[in-house]
Structure formats: structure tokens, C-alpha cells
Design a binder for this molecule. Structure first.
Ligand SMILES: [Zn+2]
Length: 240
């Protein structure tokens, strides 16, 4: 009889543990969903169109791409200190900013860098200009955010949209603006005389040049294309 009670007790304790495990799991899930959007008060680092989002390319794309005009300004997403400012073969001209709230932001493929290591920057300060240096198929800003520190395997990377607000591929964003849905809607024509074209399957530089009343040479110059090769989804700047 005593043995039976003991077994019953063990079973009851195990059931309690299992149910606590489930409850705990549910709670974590809920709080993770709540924190999907972190209220960091960041601003978009550049004017342009979102051309790729976080987690694409089989999960290897650890940032967000903003395609815009060559040499358009890149601004600091938040106050911080420049951790690194150098040229890398993959990132091209790249700037790392360490923020007081323990995030690190990365601004890659820049044409020019205007800040140096150790420099303090304020939110909205111009830190460089947009380009296509390093491993880049077109003029765009590759922007990453990391918690605590950047590491080579990018294990601390988080989706910048969690700090900037949701913006899917094709959405226009305005550098220097906090992302509310209203600001996104209001900034559809941020580039004035500049327009962007998203390359469709079957397009050639010649067909795009014809459509935009430009020569192929001008298109290549504006977008700093090294060859005639273009890819679907690539964003090209087509000056009017
Ligand atoms: Zn990218």
C-alpha cells in the first residue's frame, strides 16, 4: 500500500513538472511575441526602397537592404560611438556604431565614410554616403543590428525591422524618419527627381534604358554597374 502511494506521489509530481514546463513555454512564447517590436526610437538610416529583408538567402542574410541613389546620405539610426570604420572585402566601406542600449548597428557597401573610430555620433548625423563597394550587386545600404556585439558568425543579429518597424520589399523608407506606418506612406516619393526600378525577369539594360529614356551607359554610370549583368529584384536608380 505504501509503495502504491509513493508511486502515485511520484506520478503526481511528474505531472506537475510537465504541466509547469508547458506553462513556462507558453509564457516565453507570449513575451517573445510582445517584444517582436522593440521600442528603441530608431530612425531609418537612408532614403530608398527596401530591396531585401532579414533572414532571406536561406537565413544567411542577417540585415536589411535599402536601395537608393549613389552618394545619398547615410545617417546614424541612434546615438552612439563609432566602433569601427574601415574597408572590408565583403562589406566594402563599413561603419559599426555601438549604442548605449547595447545594440550595435552596421552600415555596409558605403561609397564614402565620414566618421572615424572612437567618434561620438548623434542620431541622424551623416556618417557616410550610399554606394556599392564590397560584395554588392547594386547601389544599396546593407544595414544590420546586433545585440551586445557583432561576431563573425552573426549569432547576435536581430531583424532590424524589430527596431525600425515593419517594411516589406518594395516599401519606400525615409532616412532620418522614425518608422510609423504614416511616415512610410508619406515618403513614397522621397527621391524627387530620382526614381527606382525593380528589375523584372526578362529585362535587359537596353530594355530598361529604353523605358526610362536613358542610355545604357548612363544607367550603368548612375548605378555603378561593372557589367551588363542585372538580376531580377535588383533595384536600379533611373534618373529622370
Ligand atoms: Zn544585404
Amino acid at each position: 500500500m505504501r509503495d502504491y502511494i509513493r508511486r502515485l506521489l511520484i506520478a503526481a509530481i511528474m505531472a506537475l513538472c510537465v504541466s509547469l514546463l508547458f506553462l513556462g513555454g507558453k509564457q516565453t512564447e507570449a513575451s517573445m511575441q510582445e517584444s517582436r517590436e522593440i521600442k528603441a526610437g530608431w530612425i531609418w538610416p537612408a532614403d530608398g526602397v527596401i530591396s531585401d529583408t532579414y533572414g532571406t538567402r536561406h537565413g544567411t542574410h542577417k540585415g536589411i537592404d535599402i536601395a537608393g541613389g549613389l552618394n545619398s546620405p547615410i545617417v546614424a539610426a541612434a546615438d552612439g560611438m563609432v566602433g569601427k570604420s574601415y574597408y572590408s572585402n565583403t562589406y566594402g566601406n563599413v561603419i559599426f556604431i555601438k549604442h548605449p542600449n547595447n545594440y550595435v548597428t552596421v552600415y555596409a557597401h558605403l561609397n564614402n565614410r565620414h566618421v572615424h573610430e572612437g567618434q561620438e555620433v548623434k542620431q541622424g548625423d551623416r556618417i557616410g554616403t550610399m554606394g556599392r563597394t564590397g560584395e554588392s550587386t547594386g547601389v544599396h545600404l546593407h544595414f544590420e543590428s546586433h545585440q551586445i556585439e557583432w561576431t563573425y558568425d552573426k549569432k547576435n543579429a536581430i531583424d532590424p525591422e524589430r527596431l525600425l518597424g515593419n517594411a516589406g520589399v518594395g516599401a519606400a523608407v525615409k532616412g532620418g524618419m522614425a518608422s510609423t506606418n504614416e511616415s512610410l506612406a508619406a515618403s513614397t516619393n522621397v527621391n524627387g527627381d530620382k526614381a527606382q526600378y525593380i528589375v523584372q525577369a526578362g529585362d535587359t539594360l537596353t530594355s530598361i534604358a529604353k523605358k526610362s529614356n536613358l542610355t545604357v551607359e548612363k544607367l550603368k554610370e548612375v548605378n555603378q554597374l561593372k557589367s551588363d549583368l542585372i538580376m531580377p529584384e535588383q533595384v536600379l536608380v533611373i534618373h529622370k
